[in-house]
Design a protein around this ligand. Structure first.
Ligand SMILES: Cc1cc2nc3c(=O)[nH]c(=O)nc-3n(C[C@H](O)[C@H](O)[C@H](O)COP(=O)(O)OP(=O)(O)OC[C@H]3O[C@@H](n4cnc5c(N)ncnc54)[C@H](O)[C@@H]3O)c2cc1C
Length: 464
């Protein structure tokens, strides 16, 4: 084993994980402190840095030409900015007491220790893989990394059959169903929940279900996948559930992720109920002055429920990185928490949510009223107006906004941002009804659908 290199007088920051959270942190720390003050060493076990996994469904579906378009910054670009980036090198141990990490170069197998003054853990999340026969068969793909995306595209190019099964109907499963439809596949989505998009209440998930079937996607809910069958060539040929068999030339898994905290756990760092690292508001690991963590490997504070949650989203990871880099660089920044916002689409159907679902509100003991309204994306008489459904939850008696879910076509998804601002500001639904939103017939009805929902919620709160 090599020994660590001789230390110079500069402080050394070590970053584990070279994607959104890790490289945002490293880049921001570099902006704050030059190479003569701060040495930055970053370890990434994969082939890519600063890439957008969020773009994989659109790359697979053909909307984005290639992986290069999904890479914000290459390893060379990071190195030009004074970051000593060690690719294909996996950190295998964190020695908290000794302030050092052990890393293995994956191609040569060489191992060495690197000491740190400051450490950033940005190891992301690992996809859940079903423990069942055939789960690793050729033709079964995850879509967590660019390497996964490339492998899937290669399989699609080789496959002569045209039947695809997507396991899981969260936003990744739904986006992958669209990608496969766009490539001319017959798509079946197999889902454990009662409706797709379990981040919505089931009544709103039902709308997604109906729209997916309208697109020619077969939705199978309330079922578990039992095994994957392979043909004589060893490749996938069918997916078997509790009660049926679905022929498949390719299978895509999208059944969620867990925080990748194996190293952190072994090092004795504090983990929450969801397995993510626990940090303070400055993203410092609790109880550790010189260790920060961010992105998919941490738990975040839900500002609406007041509870810690694990939410794996790139939008949070980038913000965490910015806060961490500022702190590492000697500045001051905090990440106050999230309100639980997400937006996605399947073909032209846009799906958005923020805040609490009914079951979230009940779980934390909040009493609420709930309303659902139908409206349109533009003035009803204006060409292109399309239907939109908005569901809104408000606290009983106080009328505080608790959550909004929107399903519709053009213009539905990003409307949720109105509710995000209202939630963050702690507005009541009554206060929301007076929001001075922009109006012209091509953009919305004179009462925006979100305001129509707020007005109906006000009436129900008064009745409650
Ligand atoms: C298909 C798909 C679609 C998505 N769409 C969206 C979207 O629309 N909107 C959104 O907000 N988010 C989306 N996301 C989620 C988003 O991509 C992640 O939240 C984001 O990438 C998290 O960034 P991160 O830096 O925390 O973790 P990651 O991106 O997982 O990066 C962690 C890095 O650490 C490396 N690593 C881990 N352990 C070690 C180790 N021991 N040594 C060295 N390196 C290590 C990994 O190789 C990895 O590159 C999507 C994700 C997927 C998979």
């Amino acid at each position: 084993m090599n020994m660590s290199r001789t230390r110079d007088t500069r402080e050394r920051l070590v970053v584990i994980g070279g994607d959104a959270a890790g490289m945002s942190a490293a880049s921001q720390a570099r902006r704050m402190r030059g190479p003569d003050e701060l040495e930055i060493v970053a370890f990434e076990r994969g082939h890519f840095t600063s890439y957008s996994a969020c773009g994989i469904p659109y790359w697979v579906g053909g909307d984005v030409a290639g992986p290069d378009e999904l890479i914000a910054r290459t390893p060379e670009e990071h190195r030009e900015r004074g970051i000593d980036l060690r690719m294909r090198t996996e950190v295998t141990e964190i020695d908290v007491g000794g302030q050092r990490v052990r890393a293995r170069e994956l191609d040569s197998g060489a191992e060495s220790w690197t000491s740190y003054d400051k450490l950033v853990i940005a190891t992301g999340a690992r996809p859940i893989r079903p423990d069942m026969p055939g789960a690793d068969a050729p033709g079964v793909h995850g879509v967590q990394t660019l390497d996964d995306g490339r492998a899937l595209i290669e399989t699609l190019a080789r496959t002569r059959g045209r039947k695809a099964v997507v396991v899981g109907a969260g936003y990744i499963g739904v986006e992958m169903a669209e990608a496969l439809i766009n490539r001319g596949y017959e798509v079946t989505v197999v889902n454990r929940g009662s409706e797709p998009m379990s981040t919505l209440d089931p009544d709103m998930g039902r709308l997604v279900h109906e729209a997916m079937e309208g697109l020619g996607i077969t939705m199978v809910n309330d079922t578990e996948v039992a095994k994957v069958l392979t043909g004589e060539d060893g490749r996938v040929r069918a997916v078997v559930t509790q009660d049926a068999e679905y022929p498949a030339d390719v299978v895509v898994l999208g059944i969620g992720v867990r925080p990748e905290t194996t190293l952190a756990k072994a090092a004795g760092l504090p983990l929450g109920d969801h397995g993510g690292l626990l940090t303070d508001l400055a993203m410092r690991v609790r109880g550790h002055e010189n260790i920060w963590a961010g992105g998919d490997c941490v738990e975040v504070l839900d500002l609406v429920s007041g509870q810690e949650r694990h939410i794996a989203l790139g939008t949070h990871a980038n913000k965490h990185g910015q806060v961490i880099g500022t702190g590492v660089g000697g500045g001051y920044a905090t990440f106050p928490g999230v309100v639980g916002t997400a937006v996605s689409k399947v073909c032209d159907l846009e799906i958005a949510r923020t805040g609490l679902r009914e079951k979230d509100a009940r779980r934390v003991g909040l009493q609420f009223v709930s309303v659902t309204i139908e409206s349109t994306s533009r003035a009803g008489y204006y060409p292109g107006a399309s239907p939109m459904t908005v569901k809104m939850l408000a606290e009983r008696r106080t009328g505080r906004l608790l959550g909004v879910q929107i399903v519709g076509r053009e213009g539905a998804g990003k409307r949720v941002d109105i509710a995000v601002v209202a939630l963050t500001a702690g507005m009541t639904v009554e206060r929301m009804t007076a929001l001075d939103l922009g109006y012209a017939p091509p953009f919305s009805p004179v009462w925006d659908p979100v305001l129509v929902a707020a007005r109906k919620a006000v009436a129900k709160v008064r009745g409650s």
